[in-house]
Design a protein around this ligand. Sequence first.
Ligand SMILES: Nc1ncnc2c1ncn2[C@@H]1O[C@H](COP(=O)(O)OP(=O)(O)OP(=O)(O)O)[C@@H](O)[C@H]1O
Length: 354
Amino acid sequence: MTLTRDAVLAAMKDITDPVSGSDIVAAGLVRALSVEGGAVRFVLEIDPAKADTYGPVRDSCEAAVKALDGAGPVSVVLTGHSAPKPPPDLKAQKAKPQGPQSVPGIDRIVAIASGKGGVGKSTVSANLACALAAEGRRVGLLDADVYGPSQPRMLGVSGRPASPDGKTILPLRNFGVTMMSIGLMTNEREAVVWRGPMLMGALQQMMNQVQWGALDVLIVDLPPGTGDVAMTLAQKFTLDGAIVVSTPQDVALLDARKGIDMFAKLGTPIHGLIENMSTHVCSNCGHEEHIFGHGGVAREADAMGVPLLAEIPLHLDIRTAADGGAPIVVSKPDSAQARAFRDLARQLVGAGQA
Ligand SMILES: Nc1ncnc2c1ncn2[C@@H]1O[C@H](COP(=O)(O)OP(=O)(O)OP(=O)(O)O)[C@@H](O)[C@H]1O
C-alpha cells in the first residue's frame, strides 16, 4: 500500500501537544512533511526551551508513523520556532560583519541544491567533488544536509572529526576531497534542535573553524528545498554560484524552479541545472529507457535562461558505488556514467566556476 501524507497526519492525531493540550497536528507543530515512497520526514516545530518535554512526543510520532502500512524509514527532527538568547558559544557570530563574507583560503563556494529530496543531489555532489579532484583541483565538500547527512557514507569515511586544540576542527579526507559534515557534529541518535542561531553558528563553524586548507572550490551539499540552511549560507557567505539538481519529472522540476527563484532573490548566480536519473541504461542488455521522462530539465533550463550542465544517467552502478563508499568517478572512472560527471567537472573548470 502506498503511504500518503494524509495517512501520516491521521496517525498523529491522537498525540497530544503537552503545551497547548490539543493534538500535535491541530497545534501546527508538524512542518515540512515529506512522504516519498515509504520514507517519511518531518520536523516538529517547538519552543526550544521545552525541547526535553518534546522528546517523548517525537518518539511517539516516530512509533505511530512506523506502525503504518507501507512505512519505511521515519525521521522526525525537533526544531525551535523562536529565537532564544544566543548561547555563549556563538561569540564568533557576533564578531562577524553582517553581509556575505568570503572564507580565507577558499577561492570559490558552489552550492548544490535541489527543490525536492531524493533526486540525487548528494550523489552528484560526491561525484563532482571527486571528479574535480581528479582534474587536479583542490576540493572541499561540506555536507550541510542537517536532516540526512550522507557524504561520510558516500565518500567511505567514518569516525568523528578531531579538534586537537578545541578551536579548529580537522576535516576528513578521501579520494583527494577534504570533507566535513554538519551531521558529524551531532550524535547520530540524538534529536537535534536546530534553532536559527544554532544553525547559523554551525555553518559559521564549518566555514571558519574547519581546517579546509587552501581550496580552489568548496562544494556545499545543501539539504533539499528552500529552507534555512540555503538562505543562511547565501546571506552569510559569498556564494560564487548554485547548481540545481532535478530529475526530469514535472513535480521535481516545479520544486527546482522554486530553488532557482530563491537563489535569484538572494543574488546568487545560477551556474546551471543538472538532470539526474536521465536515461536508464539496463546493466544487462544496454537497453535505454526514460523512466522519469526525458528532456524536461533541458526545456526548463531553456525557459529559465540557465545552462543545462549535464544529463546523468540512471544506472545501478551509480547507486551501488555511492552506497559502497567509493563514488563511480573513483570506482569505475572510465565508465560512461563516470564520464558524465567528469565532463561536468571539466566544463565547470573551463568556465572558471570550479
Ligand atoms: N544517477 C543515479 N543512478 C542511480 N542511482 C542514483 C542516481 N542518483 C542518485 N541515485 C541513488 O538515489 C538515492 C538518492 O540519492 P541522493 O541521496 O544523492 O539524493 P539527495 O537528493 O541527496 O537526497 P536527500 O537530500 O533527500 O538526502 C541514493 O540511493 C543514490 O545512490
